[in-house]
Design a protein around this ligand. Structure first.
Ligand SMILES: CC(C)(COP(=O)(O)OP(=O)(O)OC[C@H]1O[C@@H](n2cnc3c(N)ncnc32)[C@H](O[C@H]2O[C@H](COP(=O)(O)OP(=O)(O)OP(=O)(O)O)[C@@H](O)[C@H]2O)[C@@H]1O)[C@@H](O)C(=O)NCCC(=O)NCCS
Ligand SMILES: Nc1ncnc2[nH]cnc12
Length: 277
């Protein structure tokens, strides 16, 4: 085999490892408000931590194939976008078989799929490259009346598609800077990751929350997350009290911030990639 190709294949393996590790780190991170974590199922009756792990692992071949497709096409364009769409739909089927039909990682397939392909193409301009891919039309994409599409209609919310098309502002302007800031304050890695999740939650129009709990739920998520950070973050006693109150409030509203969780995984992926460059 050609030496460069061999190198590319091992890089595809590494990118798939990074994507899956980021999903597993996100799932394990505790205590996350109303989400599945080591403590329990959050606001979900059909999810648990083992299922999140199994789902993440089932996506490894998809991420690898997405990176390989990026190497093969070699540039941002409709052929690569459509190949990623096909791989994403196949990955979603693998996920649904693994989880017995439960949607564990649909948003993560989208965000991390684009970022994995972008990292294979342009490791130093990942979010910009992912945004360019997200802006291209996939002629074969079905147009289902998804939860995201329904709340986009009802509230005019900017959902997962737009977040990617804008270059992941919730990650680049909120999550990643907060991760670095909290690490710099010696918050400890788990607290720094919790703070990054909270920072993402302060501004995101999470369509999972909107679908389940409307604008009341979205406001509770955004304001409650800001209150934790204002109190000093999850490493402080005052911040922990606010975090507990946010958990209780979101559980009472059945408002699971699944979109924010996916974007935390995206944030951890970009952080890992930065560390590997
Ligand atoms: C373009 C797509 C992203 C589809 O987007 P759309 O908004 O139309 O569809 P949804 O099915 O609603 O999926 C979007 C998922 O993205 C996450 N998300 C939500 N808000 C945001 C946001 N503002 N920014 C980024 N990401 C966001 C979220 O995923 C998480 O929630 C999932 C659980 O959701 P749901 O099933 O609604 O959950 P429940 O309330 O629990 O359901 P019930 O129990 O009540 O039934 C969980 O999976 C998390 O991942 C949104 O769900 C893209 O997905 C697409 O086009 N897909 C088709 C395949 C494809 O072409 N892929 C391309 C690969 S590159
Ligand atoms: N930890 C989590 N809990 C619930 N939904 C999620 N979607 C992605 N990660 C999640």
């Amino acid at each position: 085999m050609h030496a460069l190709k061999q190198h590319e294949l091992s890089l595809a393996d590494r990118l798939a490892d990074m994507a899956v590790d980021s999903l597993i780190d996100e799932a394990d991170l505790s205590p996350k408000p109303a989400l599945v974590d080591r403590r329990g199922n959050g606001a979900h009756s059909d999810l648990h931590l083992g299922l999140m792990h199994a789902s993440a692992l089932s996506l490894w071949p998809m991420f690898k194939e997405m990176a390989e497709a990026a190497f093969e096409f070699g540039e941002v364009g409709v052929p690569l976008r459509e190949a990623l769409g096909r791989l994403g739909r196949e990955g979603e089927q693998a996920m649904l078989i693994t989880t017995n039909g439960v949607n564990t990682h649909r948003g993560a397939i989208w965000a991390l799929g684009l970022l994995t392909a972008a990292a294979a193409l342009q490791p130093r301009a990942v979010t910009l490259t992912a945004a360019k891919l997200a802006l291209l039309e996939d002629r074969f994409a079905p147009q289902p009346l998804s939860h995201g599409a329904q709340v986009a209609q009802r509230y005019g919310a900017r959902g997962a598609r737009e977040e990617a098309q804008l270059g992941f502002p919730a990650v680049m302007q909120r999550g990643l800077p907060q991760l670095h800031k909290s690490r710099g304050q010696n918050a400890g890695e788990q607290n720094a990751r919790l703070d990054a999740l909270l920072a993402i939650m302060t501004e995101l129009a999470d369509t999972c929350v909107l679908y389940r709990a409307g604008t009341e739920g979205l406001q509770a998520m955004q304001q409650g997350a800001q209150a934790v950070l204002d109190a000093g973050g999850s490493a402080t006693l005052a911040g922990r009290r606010q975090l507990h109150a946010l958990d209780q409030q979101l559980l009472a509203l059945n408002a699971s911030p699944g979109g924010a969780a996916d974007l935390l995984a995206a944030c951890l992926f970009i952080d890992r990639l930065d560390g590997a460059l």
